[in-house]
Design a protein around this ligand. Structure first.
Ligand code: ATP
Ligand code: MG
Length: 404
């Protein structure tokens, strides 16, 4: 008996409309994979033998967006739910190691599945017809194996992004790599040079938040070194510490990345911009690194740490314990709770005055920001109480920028 996959009515409506017009359609890719794994399905992709212009006719009563007309993809919006529907196609060429030179539509579902990257991503499902599994994807799913559809060497040479996708799915699902796929990953790793940094970083971030993150870095260090050559500078004993730390640290990208980077002797100035990381990721990773070895066993020290953090305190604590497994996290946590309960001032926004008050007191431009930081230092270090008059008196006594 075919396993039951529950389908939202919006998706079923699309499939019914296609079917009434004489076309085939299947749910394909991630939705089938995740449904069979009893995981949350975040979006549904359909594949069909209808051509894009035929889809426009079939869905004439619904909003249809030409998402990628050259690739045969349209997005149909049903009750506000976007559903991507792509014409069965085969991809050929790949002279840039990333994109097919030509996309050829085909009436054959098997050919459409054959162009997909991994066996577990090449499953198709139709509620009336059941699962179509041309490449043993279901067995790989059951056994927890990541394997390319067809020769891994050929598939990675066609599109090098698949190398990172294979490692990402291994980490996300905590699967093991098929031996031939594994060998091809290491052999073709340098072809990542053909892939845009944005794509690489997007996969890296997903690996960092995955359950199998530590295992991915353990097995594929040389692959990560292709785009983070700084990892080569990490000595073996420190690397073992990193891998153990990645298992301890909560799955937050910045905290886990900081666990790795804390072992790099020197990070170049342009490190984060080279990786094209978001400002938030940059900021949070740098904040973790800045607070990696600051003392945290007394209230003043902990306030200084809270001051620079924008990530949840528990995330930082988990990062810190990953670096220092012997850390007494319970007593740090207790101290943190006291700080919260007493409403200690730890951020500029907690100060009992604002930039406007300082402006009214005669400060201008950058002096204002500097004064706020000076005041925050003073309050955190208990040299001034956090009340408006005391703060104004403090700033008039101490020239801006002079922290002592
Ligand atoms: P998720 O969205 O959870 O990351 P997904 O499997 O839906 O997983 P997508 O990137 O949304 O991944 O791609 C949808 C499907 O398209 C995949 O399941 C796979 O069949 C196919 N696919 C995506 N990228 C590639 C690629 N680079 N090479 C071959 N097939 C791909
Ligand atoms: Mg998807």
């Amino acid at each position: 008996m075919e396993p039951e996959i529950r389908i939202p009515e919006e998706v079923e409506l699309c499939m019914n409309l296609l079917s009434k017009a004489g076309f085939e359609s299947f749910i394909v890719g991630g939705a089938v994979r995740d449904a069979l794994l009893h995981k949350f399905v975040h979006d549904y992709d359909l594949t069909t033998d209808a051509l894009p212009e035929q889809m426009h006719a079939v869905f004439s009563s619904l909003p249809v967006i030409d998402t990628g007309i050259a690739h045969g993809t349209v997005t149909v919006v049903v009750n506000g739910m976007p559903i991507e529907i792509t014409t069965y196609r085969t991809d050929t060429g790949y002279s840039d190691h990333r994109h097919p030179d030509a996309v050829v539509f085909t009436p054959n579902l098997r050919e459409d599945c054959a162009r997909r990257d991994l066996t577990i991503n090449a499953l198709a499902y139709h509620p009336g017809l059941g699962i179509r599994d041309f490449f043993n994807g279901r067995e790989d799913l059951q056994q927890g194996i990541i394997r390319t559809v067809g020769s891994p060497e050929r598939r990675f040479t066609e599109d090098a992004l698949r190398i990172l996708r294979a490692v990402r799915f291994m980490a996300q699902l905590d699967f093991t790599m098929d031996p031939d796929t594994h060998k091809a990953i290491l052999k073709h790793k340098d072809e990542l040079a053909y892939i845009s940094q944005e794509r690489i970083t997007a996969e890296l971030l997903r690996i960092l938040t995955s359950p199998g993150c530590s295992e991915a870095f353990r097995t594929y260090r040389p692959l990560f070194e292709v785009f983070i050559p700084e990892l080569k500078e990490i000595p073996d004993d420190a690397w073992a510490h990193v891998l153990a730390g990645l298992k301890i640290c909560v799955p937050a990208a910045a905290a886990r990345f900081a666990v790795i980077l804390a072992a790099v002797p020197v990070l170049p100035e342009n490190f984060f911009s080279r990786l094209k990381m978001s400002n938030t990721m940059r900021h949070d990773t740098k904040a973790c690194l800045a607070a990696a070895s600051l003392p945290c066993s007394d209230r003043i020290s902990l306030r200084r740490i809270i001051r620079i953090l924008d990530i949840p305190f528990e995330t930082w604590l988990s990062f810190r314990r990953a670096l220092e497994p012997e850390l007494d996290t319970e007593s740090v946590r207790k101290l943190y709770r006291q700080i919260l309960e007493d409403g200690d001032c730890c951020k500029v926004s907690d100060l009992a005055l604002s930039g406007k008050d300082l402006q009214a007191a005669g400060l201008h431009g950058s002096e204002i920001g500097e004064a706020l930081n000076t005041l925050l230092d003073a309050v955190i270090e208990e040299r001034c109480v956090n009340n408006r008059d005391a703060l104004l008196a403090y700033i008039s006594k101490n020239s801006t920028g002079d922290k002592k």
